[in-house]
Design a protein around this ligand. Structure first.
Ligand code: FE2
Length: 499
C-alpha cells in the first residue's frame, strides 16, 4: 500500500467526528419540540416532519409545461425533523427525502420517498434518535462510529450513470434508483475511498467531466475527485489545508478548481469536548475569505488569494480569461458578512423562530493570478440558491437564476430572480408574502432563451407548487403551474433531467 492510499484510508475512517458526549439534556430537547408545537408562526409547517413516503400522485396543472421541460425535476431536502418526541436543533439535520416531479405538458406527477440511510432505518425502528446530527447532539447517545453513521443524505442530487446520487457532505453519496427513488446503498468510488467525504455540490462540465471535493475536518485534508461522464473515478487525492473551514460549494473554470474558504474554522478541541460538528466551528474573521485556486491538471500547483472576510454557502459559476499579464478568474457567489445564516437562522426555524437577518448578497469577484490581487463587488441584490445554464459551467456566463427578497428573514425567500452578473440588471417575480421559494433551475431549449422551473412552499394553501417561467420573461409570471394536493417540507437542491 502506497503513502497516498494510506492517507486516503486514514481520511475515510478518521474523518469521523470523535465522540457524541452531549451538550443538550433531555429537557432542552423537549423544550425545542414544545416551542415548535406551541408556536403559531404561519410558516412553521415548512419544517414539520413528512409522515412517510408519498406515492406517485397526479398533480393539478394550470397551463402547459413547454416541451423542453418534459422530463423529471428531482429534488431533495431534510424532511424528518422529529422522532420520538425529540426535535432536531438544525434544519440541516433532518432525514433526507427525495422527490421527483415528472413533467409532460399538461400532466405532472409527484413522488416523494425517504432515503433509507442506515441512520434513518435504525432510528425509525428504535423510535428515537440514536446518533447526533450536524447541528444537534443528543445527550447520552451512541458514539459516532463513522461519518456515514450520521449521514442523512439530504442536500443535493446528482444523476450519474444509471444512479441518482443523494448527496450529503461529511460522508458517502447514497445511490438511489432514479425511476423509483428506492435506496440502493452507499456509493464507493474506489475501495480505499469507502466512507470518504463526498460533498453536495459537484460541478459537471459541459463535456460531462465531474469534479467534486470532500472535507475531512478532523485530519485537516481536502479531498479532490475527478470523475468521467461514465461515472468512473479518474483521480482522487488529498491536500492539507490549514484552518479548515466549513466548506459547502466550489467552482471550476477551464483550467482551475476554485474554493472560497470562509473563516468559520473547525476546532478539533471543541469537537473532542462534545460540541456538534457545527458548533465545533469558530468564527475567525481575521483570516479573511481565502480564495484557493488549484490547477486542474496538477493539484500540487495552487495559489491562495485573500478577499474581505465573509461567509457563503453557494457560488454561481466561475470562468477564466487570459489578460495582459496572466490569468484572471471571474466568479460570483452569495455573500454574507458573517455566518449567522448557518449558526442561527437555519437553526432557530426548528423551534419556529425567525430572526429577521438580511439575506446574502450576490457578489462578483476577480482573482488576478498574476498579481495575486483579489477584488469583489457587491451587486446589492439579496440572493441564494444560485443556478446557471449548466451548458456554461466553467465558461463565461452572464445570467444567474436565484431566490430573492427574503420576507421577514432567512430562509423566507419570496421571489425568484434572474440577474446579469456583468450589467447588474435583474428581473424577478414575487410569489407573494406567504410563499417560501425553493431552488429554481434553468432548463435549456436549444438556442432559444430557455425556461426556469422550481418549487415554492405556499403556507397559505399548505401546498407545494411547481412553476415554469420563460427565462427571459420571469417578471411576466409562470407559464404553467402544478399545485400538489399537499405540502412537502421545505427542501434544498435538485436537478432536472430531460426525458
Ligand atoms: Fe447547497
Amino acid at each position: 500500500m502506497g503513502r497516498r492510499e494510506l492517507l486516503l484510508r486514514l481520511i475515510a475512517s478518521s474523518s469521523a467526528p470523535l465522540l457524541a458526549s452531549g451538550a443538550a439534556d433531555a429537557s432542552e430537547h423537549e423544550s425545542w419540540q414544545a416551542q415548535f408545537d406551541a408556536s403559531d408562526a404561519p410558516w412553521k409547517s415548512a419544517f414539520t416532519t413528512a409522515a412517510g413516503d408519498l406515492p406517485l400522485t397526479p398533480v393539478r396543472v394550470r397551463g402547459r409545461f413547454p416541451d423542453a421541460a418534459r422530463g423529471t425535476l428531482y429534488r431533495i431536502g431534510p424532511a424528518g425533523h422529529d422522532l420520538g418526541g425529540e426535535r432536531n436543533h438544525h434544519w440541516f439535520d433532518g432525514d433526507g427525502m427525495a422527490h421527483r416531479f415528472v413533467i409532460a405538458g399538461a400532466e405532472v406527477h409527484h413522488q416523494g420517498r425517504y432515503v433509507a440511510t442506515a441512520k434513518r432505518v435504525a432510528e425509525v425502528q428504535a423510535g428515537r434518535r440514536l446518533t447526533e446530527g450536524f447541528g444537534t447532539v443528543f445527550k447520552g447517545r451512541e458514539a459516532v462510529s463513522s461519518p456515514d453513521s450520521m449521514n442523512t443524505a439530504n442536500i443535493n442530487l446528482l444523476p450519474i450513470a444509471g444512479d441518482l446520487l443523494a448527496l450529503w457532505e461529511a460522508g458517502s453519496a447514497t445511490r438511489l434508483d432514479p425511476r423509483t427513488l428506492e435506496t440502493r446503498g452507499l456509493k464507493t468510488w474506489r475501495n480505499d475511498l469507502a466512507g470518504a467525504p463526498f460533498s453536495a455540490h459537484p460541478r459537471v462540465e459541459p463535456d460531462g467531466t465531474i469534479w467534486n471535493f470532500g472535507v475531512s475536518s478532523n485530519t485537516g485534508f481536502l479531498l479532490l475527485y475527478e470523475i468521467g461522464p461514465d461515472g468512473v473515478l479518474r483521480r482522487a487525492d488529498a491536500l492539507p489545508i490549514s484552518d479548515m473551514p466549513l466548506l459547502h460549494d466550489f467552482a471550476v473554470t477551464s483550467g482551475h478548481l476554485v474554493f472560497l474558504l470562509p473563516p468559520l474554522v473547525y476546532d478539533v478541541q471543541r469537537r473532542a469536548a462534545g460540541a456538534s460538528v457545527l458548533d465545533s466551528h469558530v468564527w475567525r474573521p481575521e483570516l479573511g475569505m481565502r480564495a484557493l485556486v488549484i490547477d486542474k491538471r496538477d493539484w500540487t500547483r495552487r495559489q491562495v488569494l485573500t478577499l474581505p472576510t465573509g461567509f457563503l454557502f453557494h457560488l454561481g459559476n466561475a470562468w477564466e480569461e487570459e489578460a495582459a499579464h496572466g490569468t484572471v478568474i471571474h466568479l460570483d457567489y452569495s455573500r454574507s458578512s458573517d455566518a449567522s445564516s448557518v449558526l442561527t437562522d437555519t437553526r432557530e426555524v426548528m423551534r419556529a423562530r425567525l430572526l429577521g437577518n438580511a439575506g446574502p448578497s450576490l457578489t462578483v469577484v476577480s482573482l488576478n493570478l498574476h498579481t495575486g490581487k483579489a477584488t469583489q463587488t457587491d451587486l446589492g441584490i439579496e440572493a441564494e440558491f444560485l443556478r446557471i445554464d449548466l451548458r456554461r459551467v466553467g465558461l463565461r456566463h452572464r445570467r444567474v437564476i436565484h431566490a430573492a427578497k427574503p420576507n421577514g428573514g432567512l430562509p423566507m425567500w419570496s421571489a425568484i430572480a434572474s440577474t446579469d452578473v456583468e450589467s447588474g440588471a435583474s428581473q424577478s417575480f414575487s410569489y407573494g408574502a406567504q410563499a417560501m421559494v425553493e431552488e429554481h433551475v434553468f432548463v435549456p431549449d436549444g438556442q432559444r432563451p430557455g425556461w426556469v422551473i422550481g418549487t415554492v412552499f405556499d403556507y397559505a394553501q399548505k401546498k407545494t407548487v411547481l412553476s415554469c417561467f420563460a427565462a427571459d420573461a420571469l417578471a411576466d409570471g409562470p407559464v404553467a403551474q402544478a399545485t400538489l394536493p399537499y405540502a412537502i417540507p421545505l427542501g434544498l437542491h435538485g436537478a432536472f433531467v430531460a426525458a
